[in-house]
Design a protein around this ligand. Sequence first.
Ligand SMILES: [Zn+2]
Length: 482
Amino acid sequence: MTNRPNSIRNLAWAVVGDGAEPRHVYRRNVDLLLKDGRIVEITPAGARPAEANEPALDGSGMLALPGLINIHSHPTTEPGYRGVREDHGVPEQQMTGLIERLQAFRLDKDGQSAAAVMSYSEMLRAGTTTACDVTVPFDGWLDTMVQSGMRFYAGPTFASARWGMSAPQTVTWRWDEAAGVAAFDKAKAVMAEAESHNSGRLGTLVFPAQIDTVTPELFAAARRHADESGRLFSTHIGQAVVEVREMIRRHGTTPVQWAAAQGLLKADTILAHCILLDEHPQIRWHTAKDLDLIAEAGASVAHCPQPFARYGLAMDHVGRYRTRGVNVGLGTDCAPHNLVEEMRLAIHAARLMSETVASLDSATAFEAATIGGAKALGRDDIGVLAPGKLADIVLVDLAHPLMQPARDPLRSFVFHAADRAVRTVLVGGEVVLQDGAPLHLDPAAAMERLAEAQARMLRDSPQRDYAQRAAEEIAPLSLPVV
Ligand SMILES: [Zn+2]
């Protein structure tokens, strides 16, 4: 089989673009004709027969989807928390375990580079072809992205303060403004390096780490830099009740209203996660304008339901965000980096919060994971399968038992089979996942390195934790070992 086919033949089903405004529709029995990494034509199967020796991919028995777009993730750290964070929460902080975990547990550089390989493999297996990867930068990070064959937006983070805790109910911000400025300089150098890479698959995000850990001056400098460089702008906002309360204490207003007043919100802005807005039941601030401010700015929300659901928290509710005019894309934030599971959870969480099926369904969740993500990234060449678009294509095996009966294969994929039925993934016309395995990454070797790094991370928690607790005390195993 060729890794750069000129066509994908005899597809049983395809989700393709329709009309000038991006919109997905089904087509049956089609061929996708490819050239120079793009789709040139979508024809009825056999209408333009393959020439002799033409490198063609057999699409029979397959559903073709546009590659999924993950607009917020932390691939270089999250697999290190597998078995650590899933049941962990701090009751005194409305259950968020974010701050306690980051203080007590830190993966070292070797662990981070192994985690990247594991995460990128997870992403490809679940049909993700473009992802925003947010982390404190380290040597080799960009190289692993390039090696994977995927498209990435690198978001090297910087912050003026570091979170900590001195007691379960007391979060602290340790400020070091000079360190924040130095980290911003480093981030600019890393972004320049990413953009100069000749793969053409790396973009960048200007990423001040969190709304509550960056000084107003550094936020202003970052915003100015994004305006001048044309780079995307993103930050974490509305992700914890303690963050919202602290911002109200500092500024008398919610994080979103503060960000809007500072001019931080624009059409190039991706806000992760905007769960805890003024109207959210856990905030109940006296205003009701956060959502409209986001919509008026044309900013996008990176919706990552999984980490919040684990704390007992949910967006209220994603259907309302969409009808109020906010562009919503999906991200994973935590491991597993499976955007299909994220679509399903987004649907369930939306319905639980809204008490209606209409809040989000298979089509609208899939739209968020493709068209919504592309819009957030300011791109019109990905997110749909149509002539002229990049050939970022996922082939799903309709013969998988969880896809059958394939009456409505998108529903089968989102609600039933997910990554289990993904067979082949192409990025820019090149096969990068084949028979469910990534071609350019070695997750088996990374697995061992990650397990060793996780053991070191857990061993060192008493030196990092505010109460010098062992990892077993902070995050006990789910069952006792007897
Ligand atoms: Zn995040």
